[in-house]
Design a protein around this ligand. Sequence first.
Ligand SMILES: C[S@@+](CC[C@H](N)C(=O)[O-])C[C@H]1O[C@@H](n2cnc3c(N)ncnc32)[C@H](O)[C@@H]1O
Length: 249
Amino acid sequence: MHIRKKKWARPELEACPWFEPEGEQRKGRWREAFAHPERQLQLEMGCGKGVSTAKMAADNPGVNYVAVDISPDVLGDARRNLVRACGENPGNIWILRADIALIGQYFDRADGPERIIISFCNPWTERPKQAKRRLTHPRQLIQYRGMLAPGGEIWFKTDDDQLWEDSRVYFDLCGFVEAYTTDNLAESGFRPNYVSEHEEKYRAQGVPIKFGIFRMTDREPGFDPTRFRLTPGVRKQILDRLNGGREDE
Ligand SMILES: C[S@@+](CC[C@H](N)C(=O)[O-])C[C@H]1O[C@@H](n2cnc3c(N)ncnc32)[C@H](O)[C@@H]1O
């Protein structure tokens, strides 16, 4: 994705009291950063311009949000969208600039987000070697496991069929169960659905959006995620099982 440089984005972010450029020091203490630490905490990974984040945060003032992205240019837009929807000092939102590949350096179990949201992350389908860069790859899921609250959920949306199927397998291998899935979010009637910038684009093209809620169980994955390669046999076996009936743990 090409991101246009915006001169105003960095200065506006730096002046924003709810922007965190170096979140490592908040690790384990994110809840304290909010006016109401006892409230539910949700993290959005790769929030982009925050189009859906703004609607979600405005609709749910009783939920605390951390919106994460690596690009200050898109985070500048996210801040503006959040201000438009929630005001200059929303109280329930932090913007964090961070590389999600290293997210374990920024959050841990003491933060215990109840939900992680991943919408339209890059599918990295061109070369098999790139798969490890996906935000749903086991390298990531293991890190999310280390921070999610018990029974915490990952809400994942994509337009990409291969990423969707591979991710269902990743979630299964990493000890998550499918609490809800649909191959066509628009027709599913699922609510609430906060439409993101990329979802708007794909909807306009008539591309069905795949969406799932993946719930963490106590089943710890028994493999090294840094050496993980998904083989066609394992992929098929797990997808056959998942398509044959919902698991309950
Ligand atoms: C395709 S956009 C999706 C944006 C938004 N979620 C949506 O649905 O419209 C992917 C976003 O993820 C961010 N991103 C990709 N890899 C990342 C990483 N490793 N760490 C942080 N952000 C990342 C990009 O900067 C970009 O804003």
